[in-house]
Design a binder for this molecule. Structure first.
Ligand SMILES: *Cc1c(COP(=O)(O)O)cnc(C)c1O
Length: 406
């Protein structure tokens, strides 16, 4: 319960003197919640009875494919799955992940030593700094970026060093712009391609420069590949581990969340350098007790089953992307057509900040977007739109934006 003003309270006829509850510095140091203002405006708009089109959240609106649900139902009924799982994952799930990697990227992994099952990739990303960061250590983190890299680092007592993702660099970090002093102090580095929120994709030569940087400065690389399967027009993202030497400097985080519409199930995995994986496993063994086995078994069904559902997912988002990109452009907005992810990273028109433009779209068109600066200072000048509503709603959104007259 809230406890800002400690004073005696009477509950159930008993007078209690509450504690003065003081949050730890790590919570006090969290960046202000930048979406608070948008949330407040959203409530206001909703209260007026306006129909809201929510392009704010990166959560698939499509259901999990039925063969995966069926596997869960069977596994959920088996008492063998009701007990504590192994913290590092079921051997069968880790093998399925390794086999999937071999098939998808032609990367060989030892399922026993180079794979760890995660309770969603966010869990692993948030926990890995605890394995490597000492107070004052630096992690190199992109701005704009998924907030967990930075927050996980700070929770472990480290400091994030932000590298800006700029359009002129195709939203790839400029590693040469990092001073040798910072690079020497850096212990870890987080990268994420295909990228949330910019929708940028990485080249093999970029990954090669990451490996060279990691070797020169002894930096552990964590690549978040949550969107590796969400790509369009025949483009197939590569794995960081496909690059020579990557397997000895880093690991890759994977998630079933976006690939199989399983965000609520909480299942993912990390693969790569054995020493890094085992340190992450050591942290996990002291914090959680692994993912529900029935969910892991359903995850095996996802990884080993018919992949037609993944192609359907790509088709769906590609269609939505095409409608929204064309519509935004005809409304006078500037936006790249992404080759991957279900996000559009839209330039804010002149004269507006990200927050002002997001607010205009909400109040004048009932459309929720995410202001780019919510992902870090370098996201200023953009709003992110997620393709998580159906075609009809996207067409409706386009009509409404055209109606604003930008
Ligand atoms: C959605 C997303 C994830 C996936 O998180 P899970 O915990 O696996 O659901 C990871 N990284 C990024 C950048 C994401 O956008």
């Amino acid at each position: 319960m809230r406890n800002q003003n400690p004073k005696s309270e009477t509950r159930n006829g008993i007078t209690e003197d509450p504690l003065k509850i003081e949050k730890a510095e790590r919570l006090k140091l969290l960046p202000p919640y930048l979406f608070k203002e948008i949330d407040r405006q959203k409530e206001q708009v909703r209260a007026k009875g306006i129909d809201i089109i929510d392009l704010g959240v990166g959560d698939p609106d499509l259901p999990t494919p039925s063969h995966i649900i069926e596997a869960l139902k069977i596994a959920g009924s088996d008492p063998a799955n009701h007990r504590y799982p192994s913290y590092s994952g079921m051997a069968d799930f880790n093998s399925a992940a390794a086999n999937w990697y071999k098939g998808r990227f032609n990367v060989d992994l030892d399922a026993g030593r180079e794979v760890v099952t995660l309770i969603g990739s966010k869990e692993g990303i948030a926990h890995i700094p605890l394995a490597f960061i000492n107070p004052g250590d630096i992690a190199i983190v992109a701005s704009p970026g998924y907030p967990v890299y930075h927050i996980g680092t700070e929770f472990a007592g480290g400091e994030s060093y932000f590298v800006d993702l700029l359009k002129e660099n195709n939203f790839l970090p400029d590693l040469e712009a990092i001073s040798p002093e910072v690079a020497q102090k850096a212990k870890m580095m987080f990268i994420n391609y295909p990228n949330n929120p910019t929708a940028a994709v990485a080249t093999k030569s970029f990954f090669e420069s990451v490996v060279a940087f990691a070797r020169e400065y002894n930096v552990i690389v964590c690549h978040d590949a949550a969107y590796s399967e969400m790509s369009f027009d025949g483009y197939s993202p590569i794995s960081f581990l496909e690059v020579e030497g990557a397997g000895s400097v880093g690991i890759e985080f994977h998630s079933l969340s976006k690939t199989y519409n399983m965000t609520g199930w909480r299942i993912g995995f990390a693969v790569g350098c054995e020493d890094i994986i085992s340190a992450l496993g050591q942290v996990k063994s002291n914090i959680d007790s692994g993912a529900f086995q029935a969910v892991q078994i359903a995850g095996i069904a996802a990884l080993e089953g018919d992949q037609a559902c993944v192609e359907d997912m790509r088709q769906t988002y590609a269609e939505r992307r095409d409608i929204l990109v064309a519509g935004l452009r005809s409304a006078g907005l500037s936006v790249e057509k992404p080759r991957a992810t279900f996000y559009l990273w839209v330039d804010v028109p002149k004269g507006y900040t990200s927050a002002e433009f997001a607010s205009l779209l909400l109040t004048k068109a009932g459309i929720v977007t995410t202001p780019g600066n919510g992902f870090g200072a370098a996201g200023e000048g953009y709003v992110r739109m997620a393709l998580t509503v159906d075609r009809e709603r996207i067409r409706e959104a386009v009509e409404r934006i055209e109606g604003i007259g930008l």
